[in-house]
Design a binder for this molecule. Structure first.
Ligand code: AMP
Length: 217
């Protein structure tokens, strides 16, 4: 089964992907995490991707299609987080899935207001070692500027600075948001409220996956 989480950066896709994939035994695949891993290890792909990521721009579609294809071929139940990001990628994904004789069952659209995104992302901090995510307003570390798990100093992602966030949102509205209509036309889109806290939002997604209907409020 393939599930897609769609929505602006900072809508909570990563957090929901973690809890949902744990609950339903899905493989969580985030193209953002996969690219950051490549950047961290200075691979050929990482070197190519870095300049786009630092500006909040999209990495070229052909580069992304290769890494996604390999992952889908290796895993049965996958929850895609951050892919597809534009219509070309959605079409690439259709081709990849039809070559594997598989299809997308659910697309969850986490609708979230831009100002909430800017507030959430500019206060996000990440542990460079274990990847644990904090928020200096809503979920601060008990050790202030250090990770509670391993005492590393928490960092702000380069693309979580306000000017880059605004650019990421512009890219989202121009390129990614049209996918809402793309999947809605197929009858597989479920709108949920990305402004809710982690647990009630997860409950809305679970309700759909368990066979119920979420009203998106
Ligand atoms: P994310 O963590 O999903 O917000 O992704 C961080 C950055 O990685 C994005 O701003 C893009 O530069 C790049 N990226 C992640 N996923 C994709 C994708 N599907 N297509 C192109 N670029 C991507």
């Amino acid at each position: 089964m393939i599930i897609i989480l769609l929505g602006p950066p900072g809508a909570g896709k990563g957090t929901q992907a973690k809890v949902i994939s744990r609950k339903y035994n899905f493989k969580h695949y985030s193209t953002g995490d996969a690219l950051r891993h490549e950047v961290q290890y200075n691979t050929e792909l990482g070197i190519k991707a870095r300049k786009y990521m630092d500006e909040g721009a999209l990495v070229p579609d052909s580069v992304i299609a290769e890494i996604v294809k390999a992952h889908l071929a290796d895993n049965e139940n996958v929850l895609l987080d951050g892919y597809p990001r534009n219509i070309t990628q959605a079409q690439d994904l259709d081709i990849i899935l039809s070559s594997l004789n598989r299809s997308i069952e659910y697309v969850f659209y986490l609708e979230t207001d831009d100002e909430i995104i800017i507030r959430r992302l500019s206060s996000r901090r990440v542990c460079p070692e274990c990847g644990r995510i904090y928020n200096i307003i809503s979920m601060p570390s008990k050790k202030v500027s250090m990770c509670e798990d391993d005492d590393n100093v928490l960092l702000q992602r380069k693309d979580d600075h306000e000017d880059v966030i605004r650019n990421r949102l512009k890219v989202y509205h121009n390129e990614t948001h049209p996918l809402v209509a793309y999947y809605n036309e197929r009858g597989i889109l479920h709108k949920v409220n990305g402004e809710k806290d982690i647990k009630p939002l997860m409950a809305d997604i679970s309700c759909v996956l368990d066979g119920g209907v979420s009203n998106g409020n």
